[in-house]
Design a protein. Sequence first.
Length: 387
Amino acid sequence: MWDQFWSPPSGDLGRAAYASERFAARIRLLVLCLLAFIPIMQHLNGDAVGEILVGTFCLTFGIVHSLVQIAATRQAIGRRWLGLASSLGDVTFISVALVGILMTSGPAAVVNNKVLFAAYFLVIACTSLRYDPRICAAVGLLAIAQYGGLVVFAATRWDQMALLYGANEHGALKVSAQIGRLVVLAAAAGIAAATVVRMRRLALLSTRDSMTGLVNRRFLDERLQEVCGHWERDPLPVALVLVDVDGFKEFNDRYGHPAGDVALRSLSIVLKECFRASDTVARFGGEEFAVLMEGATRETVHRRCEELRARLAETPIPTVHGARITISAGVAMGPDDGERPMDLVAAADRRLYDAKSSGRNRVHYPSKDWVRDIRIERDDYGMSPAT
């Protein structure tokens, strides 16, 4: 639970969290536009100029903040820090508005203000869209600290400022009520953080294969679709490797299905060890697995695939004395083999079938000269030939 709380959102959750920044900015912009009539009504009612100026400044600043945030998300700026910065900025924005009220209407108008205090809860609720419980906790603590500081300041200056502004109009300062407000803010932040942790847990379960712990076919398809969609502006090479266990039906018939499950789990462990942490390793279905390698060179793909094939052939299966498995694999490279996910899957599957038909325990690459071309590239850069 503690590890889940402190870990940042990754994969699709991280991308969804960043996409939510634009949604949160639009919600803020809509709310502020709906509240734009307040300074107008204050002017018509003949309220103090200071109150009108504070309201106008806060609305203008909030609208500019929202527009800047929308522009930043369109330019893909601040993927790691924008969620935290915008959330903390929203809390500070509310507190600044309360400071303005304190200076224009007195302390009683701050400690008994219901509209702006409720806005703290809107900000805390929006932190759930970031899928990061750390942001929920940080925003809650900052809201408690800032509002608590305003209450302490108002309480220490109550008698002096009450004479200047008149406290009776907005009510009295009740310490128990203010403590209750702080407790409710803490509870709201805690609920938001717990909701995010639970949400991330459910998202993880929906994208993971229960037996191997790898991501499932659905996750891979979505990631592949996203990668292919970026080729127009970022044409980085992408490799898709389909891996299939050789003779898995015979293995199950000889050793039993529980041993087959152990073999698949062993294969999943070796897969994660042989490929990079940035690669997407998925269970494609049955005894078939897939690896999506983004930005990988042909040499990297070749080295990782051959390492996988060699290690599996030498790794005994736990609980099954003397048993080993081998794999066949097919490699597709995008965008050379196609710019659509289905094209890459079809190319890799075709080469996987060729690898099995030509004897198994081997990897088929996009061309017969794949290894020779890698050696030529290495020689051109003054490097030793690939083994």
